[in-house]
Design a protein around this ligand. Structure first.
Ligand code: GCB
Length: 559
């Protein structure tokens, strides 16, 4: 799946802006323009903009509508790309159903066969989550129950683009680099209806460095992509009828023994679990927020993040390539906890398994050409200790390995001798909150308990381990000596104690603090306007611990 881009053959019309919006309590007829609507921003989460609690908390369907006009050209095919809506959606053009989105975090790309010069586009979004959706949830007495710790935002969250391509066109490009382990070898697969395609490779400055008629290309003396030098080439696919440019980086990623190797050298992951969440935007993609996030990641000397707990926007993935951030790409399999409630007859079943696999393959279609994507996470804190979960996750992990050419992990809540899933993964990922959710406030237990935990996992699996979450809620400006929980001093000491434990083991190959920045959650007695485990505040300013991490990570050099 290639991103809509404009050039001499293709054009893109961006439909972001103010749309018509309404919560749907009655039936909806897409043939009739929406009545009694309110204006609504796209992309954005409606929950952060409305003032009426009933609208903000609406469980069910909402509708977004907009009109657009476009000059039509009979030689072109028209398509619609919606980066993401949360969650499932039905899309209508001029009253006619044209397709659906199955989840909240991956693009919807549909043919616009009935496009006119003037059109009405309607998107009906269903924000309900149940055992067959990703993320998983439950509806009880009309209320949405969620088993995950981020706000269930509703809206059109990413760009809405109408684009045109020539009737004979380039549909998809897959770029394989370092083929057979040889950095010089590139192999390109093109899905196209054009009769002939040729290739050009441009260097970072966009100078032409080679042309080829063959899809198997040798770049002599290639400039590798790495965290310190994220060098990107551009591949140009050309034909008589169409042209497309795709950036790529040359790098290898593999697990060998207890190590994760980037370009044959061990790499230590320094970074965060993150969220797409900002004031007023909710989960709405915003390039200014994205830039600030990446600037802060660089400032703090991070080299990686996990897209906890769902795929992030395509714009973020492009920036990860450009900034040299290593990404653990996670599918929205979160909240899959409690087998008896969410799996089996009442819950996850054949249909869930099928959709889970579909999401992994949709993620591949979207993100396969990003050098930044170094690992796939198939779930966060899922139910992995019940007997039935073994077959489920074995299947999911084996499927992921058959689709993706990158290491696969599953982020675990359970203990090393409880889970039935991690034995199938290439890398162990664990979330641990010693001294926070257990022995709350006792900093003296953190180092020993974390050390013991890491040792147990390694003894059992002999695989490299990433601590994908550890953290403490921290209210900025709250100070205490000696450190008390929720103070900036506590977060600092807490992170230091954990890091001391990580430093004891070579098989510990990464630390991702939970979280990069404070974020919105449902209301709860442990949540003071959201989850406050951010090392940065929600407005993206550092808490005390940020300065420690900056220094620590600055001293752990990437090769
Ligand atoms: C976790 C979850 C994450 C939560 C975090 C917390 O284990 O994976 O989504 O936000 O704990 O802060 O409780």
């Amino acid at each position: 799946m290639i991103y809509p881009k404009s050039n001499e053959y293709r054009s893109v019309l961006n439909l972001n802006g103010i749309w018509h919006f309404k919560t749907l309590n009655e039936s909806y007829d897409p043939c009739i323009p929406l009545q009694n609507y309110t204006p609504m921003a796209v992309p954005a989460s409606m929950n952060e903009l409305v003032t009426d609690a009933n609208v903000q908390k609406h469980v069910g369907k909402v509708v977004y509508e907009t009109d657009f006009s476009i000059p039509l050209n009979g030689d072109m095919e028209y398509r619609l790309r919606i980066g993401a809506t949360s969650h499932k959606c039905d899309v209508y053009l001029n009253g006619v159903f044209i397709g659906e989105g199955t989840n909240g975090f991956l693009p919807i790309d549909l043919a616009l066969k009935n496009i006119q010069k003037t059109n009405r586009l309607s998107v009906v979004i269903d924000n309900r989550l149940d055992a067959e959706t990703f993320p998983a949830g439950r509806i009880k007495n009309g209320k949405q129950i969620i088993n995950f710790d981020f706000y269930n935002f509703t809206g059109i969250h990413r760009d809405v683009l109408v684009y045109s391509v020539p009737k004979k066109n380039i549909k998809d490009i897959t770029i394989h680099t370092a083929v057979d382990g040889d950095y010089r070898k590139i192999k390109i697969d093109v899905d196209t209806s054009c009769d002939d395609v040729r290739f050009e490779i441009l260097d970072k400055q966009k100078n032409l460095i080679l042309e080829s008629e063959s899809s198997e290309i040798i770049i002599d003396d290639p400039h590798l992509w790495s965290t310190r030098d994220p060098y990107l080439y551009t591949l140009v696919v050309k034909s008589e009828c169409d042209r497309y440019e795709e950036r790529f980086g040359i790098r290898k990623i593999e697990v060998k023994g207890d190590k994760l190797l980037l370009n044959d050298e061990p790499i230590y992951l320094k970074g965060f679990g993150m969220h797409e969440d900002f004031f007023l935007l909710g989960k709405g993609n915003c390039c200014a927020v994205n830039i600030r996030n990446f600037e802060l990641l660089k400032w703090i000397n991070a080299n990686s993040f996990r897209t906890s707990h769902y795929p992030y926007s395509e714009e973020i993935m492009d920036l990860a390539d450009e900034y040299g951030m290593l990404v653990i790409d996670e599918v929205p399999a979160v909240g899959m906890i409690h087998w008896e409630q969410n799996f089996g007859e009442k819950g996850a079943n054949e249909k869930t398994l099928k959709l889970h696999k579909e999401l992994i393959s949709q993620l591949y279609d979207r993100d396969k050409n990003h050098p930044s994507v170094i690992m796939i996470s198939v779930a966060n804190e899922a139910e992995t200790k019940e007997a039935e979960s073994e077959a489920y996750f074995k299947d999911v992990i084996e499927y992921t390995k058959s689709v993706w050419d990158r290491p696969v992990t599953i982020v675990e809540l359970y203990k090393s001798d409880e889970t039935l899933a991690s034995k199938y993964a290439d890398v162990i990922s664990i979330n641990r909150y010693f001294g926070w959710y257990f022995d709350h406030g006792d900093l003296s237990v953190v180092y020993e308990q974390m050390k013991e935990e890491l040792q147990k996992w390694h003894d059992k699996y002999q695989k490299p381990i990433i601590v994908t979450e550890f953290g403490a809620d921290t209210i900025e400006g709250l100070h205490a000596i000696p450190a008390e929980s929720f103070s900036e001093e506590f977060q600092l000491e807490y992170i230091k104690e954990n890091c001391n434990a990580f430093d004891e083991f070579d098989f510990c190959i990464g630390e991702h603090v939970w979280n990069f920045a404070d974020f919105k959650t449902k209301q709860g007695i442990t949540r003071v306007r959201g989850n406050r485990k951010g090392v940065f505040t929600k407005d993206r300013q550092p808490k005390l611990s940020a300065h420690f991490l900056r220094q620590r990570w600055g001293n752990i050099l990437d090769k």
